[in-house]
Design a protein around this ligand. Structure first.
Ligand code: ADP
Length: 458
């Protein structure tokens, strides 16, 4: 079956929705294709915090010295100078406009008096959507697409980009239940298909150190075949080996254990022998590999009420608490004897570690691993313990784009008719994506790509 549009957008996550809505707003006839039965991708399951320098919440918290330049520098540095500063600057300079578009045009609700402070940022700058997940964004995206009459076709998998004799991308070949469909695109195609963190073979191919031992935090559609599709159309894939793992995840499903964010308040990580083995606030990659070197390739995260009182992760993540407890990977105990029984860690060793941690409580006192914000006195219960493994989380590499979200060849030439935005692209985050930068990236470049493709159809 064949149909014709001005703009075809592939992938209904945050980047794809942004592109489709902007293209439609610019007057284009647009279709959004999604291979999974439901929309949302990784954007839906994300915490969805969005970094925006000079946002409207910052002054309320007394933060008046942030700037897009500073945000760009943090991003570049956080990615070990492997990102493209021209592209990064577009992201940080258009972040505020993108956030206002989400708030005022889409109706996304943000917390009004609170921001998130991720590692690697020199200012607290991440806006938090109500509910702290991508659900707030994706429901508003879907509602706007419905209102504007944008067809969103699920279970439709893009297989191949179609080029005309001059090399311009003019459409997409797709399949649904084995049947073939052709979507012609007069203006062009926007690739917004996300990353490949849920494709273990592909992850291992580009980064052999991230092997079978890793699970994934990602949505099941995050399998990256579309990157090969882009490559076949001439696009260059860059930074593909830079893959971010998240250290503290559920050993069964692979999802992030938000409840173990008590780590940021002093929870310790111990191995099956009951010993600490790493500074708990080290980089995600360092922690991930350290955990895999321990017996069984997992660790235990242990904290007490004194630590729990700081940000109350147990009280906040009640669904997780119940699920992990029921699953048998988490326990709540009045004393360490009970923790030792549950984890099967030798009691004497566990007690020795906890006594030592308590004796070194306070900033600057950790002689073993130099805990940067200081260990906490753990001599009194209650105690909480959870088993954790590292998972693949975000793939930084992907299609090389320029400041206009145009896909580029290895020679640096623009591929006419092809734009790319979001996790499928590979030049914003360098070696390492800072927390809160994914949403900024997908919305800023999704909008740019959608507008440009609509323009090209005129
Ligand atoms: P981003 O954050 O960059 O928007 P997401 O992971 O949120 O990325 O969204 C990407 C979406 O693209 C997912 O919903 C995924 O299922 C979809 N997708 C991936 N490959 C294809 C494909 N070949 N055809 C159609 N949709 C795809």
């Amino acid at each position: 079956k064949e149909s014709s549009y001005d703009v075809v957008v592939i992938g209904a996550g945050g980047a794809g929705f942004s592109a489709a809505i902007e293209a439609k707003t610019a007057g284009a006839n647009v279709v959004l294709l999604e291979k999974m039965p439901a929309v949302g991708g990784n954007s839906l399951i994300s915490g969805a915090e969005m970094n925006v320098a000079k946002n409207w919440v910052q002054p309320k918290l007394g933060i008046n010295d942030d700037s897009p330049e500073l945000h760009a520098q943090d991003t570049y540095k956080g990615g070990d100078q492997k990102g493209d500063m021209k592209v990064i600057n577009v992201m940080t300079h258009q972040a505020l406009d993108a956030a206002k578009w989400c708030r005022d045009f889409l109706g996304v609700r943000f917390e009004d008096d609170n921001l998130f402070f991720f590692g690697g940022h020199s200012r607290k700058r991440a806006l938090i959507p109500v509910g702290h997940t991508g659900t707030e964004f994706i429901t508003k995206f879907q509602a706007k697409a419905d209102e504007l009459g944008i067809p969103v076709i699920t279970n439709m998998k893009a297989e191949e980009l179609i080029k005309d004799k001059d090399g311009r991308v003019v459409g997409v070949k797709a399949t649904m239940d084995g049947a073939e469909y052709t979507f012609n695109a007069r203006g062009g195609v926007v690739l917004a298909t996300g990353g490949f963190g849920a494709n273990p073979e592909m992850v291992k191919k580009y980064n052999p150190s991230i092997d079978e031992r890793f699970k994934t935090t990602d949505a099941p559609g995050t399998t990256g075949e579309a990157l090969y599709m882009a490559e076949r159309a001439g696009a260059e894939l860059v930074n593909m080996g830079y893959i971010q793992t998240y250290p503290i995840c559920d050993p069964i499903s692979g999802v992030i254990e938000l409840i173990a964010d008590s780590r940021f308040d002093g929870a310790i990580m111990i191995n099956q022998e009951g010993k600490r083995f790493v500074e708990e606030l080290d980089r995600r990659d360092v922690l991930s590999h350290a955990i895999l070197e321990q017996t069984g390739g997992y660790c235990w995260v242990l904290w007490n009420d004194k630590i729990g009182a700081i940000s109350n992760t147990v009280g906040t993540h009640t669904t997780e608490y119940e699920a992990f407890t029921k699953q048998g990977i988490m326990a709540t105990c009045d004393d360490l004897k009970c923790i030792a029984d549950f984890t099967k860690i030798p009691y004497e060793s566990l007690k020795g570690t906890v006594d030592r941690v308590s004796s070194m409580a306070g900033k600057g006192n950790d002689k073993d691993f130099n805990h940067r914000s200081g260990l906490v006195d753990m001599s009194q219960g209650k105690y909480y313990v959870i088993k954790a493994v590292p998972s693949t989380h975000h793939t930084m590499g992907g299609v090389r784009i320029n400041e206009k979200a145009e896909a580029l060849t290895a020679e640096g030439k623009v591929i006419p008719g092809l734009w790319a935005a979001g996790e499928v692209t590979g030049v914003t985050h360098g070696t390492n994506r800072l927390g809160g930068n994914a949403y900024t990236d997908i919305i800023v470049f999704g909008r740019i790509a959608g507008k440009a493709a609509a323009e090209a159809a005129k």
